[in-house]
Write a protein that binds this ligand. Sequence first.
Ligand code: E4P
Length: 217
Amino acid sequence: MAQLFLDTAKLEEIEEAASWGALDGVTTNPTLMMRAGTADLKTNTIKIAAIVQGPVSAEVISTDAAGMISEARDILSWSEHVFVKIPCTVEGLKAIREIATWPNGRVNCTLIFSPTQAYLAAKAGAAYASIFVGRIDDAGLDGMEVVRQSREIFDNYGFDCQLLAASIRHTAHVVDALLAGADIITVPFGVLQKMVRSPFTDVGLARFQADWEKVAG
Ligand code: E4P
């Protein structure tokens, strides 16, 4: 089954989404931490993991392999639920190759914009390959096509790497990602709210209640 993650570092949003019973995990990044108003990555990530009790991605800041590996050692020690986010660069791939050999080496390879990057992330040993669908669309290209092609490549060769559709902007992205075979979709809280809402549901409910009042009340 496709997993649904929340793309936020705000605890109140995570608590609310978790209460709906549909939340499998959380992804964060430095921008989302900034929006949550915290620079304490460790404390916030541990709090998120305690709420969601599932995979939580926390991103490194270093850009060189040695620095990323050092940060990953620390980040992965915070909780059994934590995945370390490593960018898809040459230095990132070097770091992933090393981290993936650790018993707790759970890596989410992030900032992926092409099927070749997804392929290299999987080869290096990443558990997740995060494709930034919305940002690819922003560049005038087809973000979901990158998900579809990466799905086919992973299936052709049986890569043990989950495809994560990220940078989701609207509910149509969610539907398309499900149809494209993404293993995980991470959505902002606003998109999650829109996924459950329909004006027709509200109108239908109001009519049922009004009719019931007529007969029972
Ligand atoms: C998820 O892992 C990414 O950090 C996130 O989806 C990026 O989304 P954005 O393009 O809206 O910043």
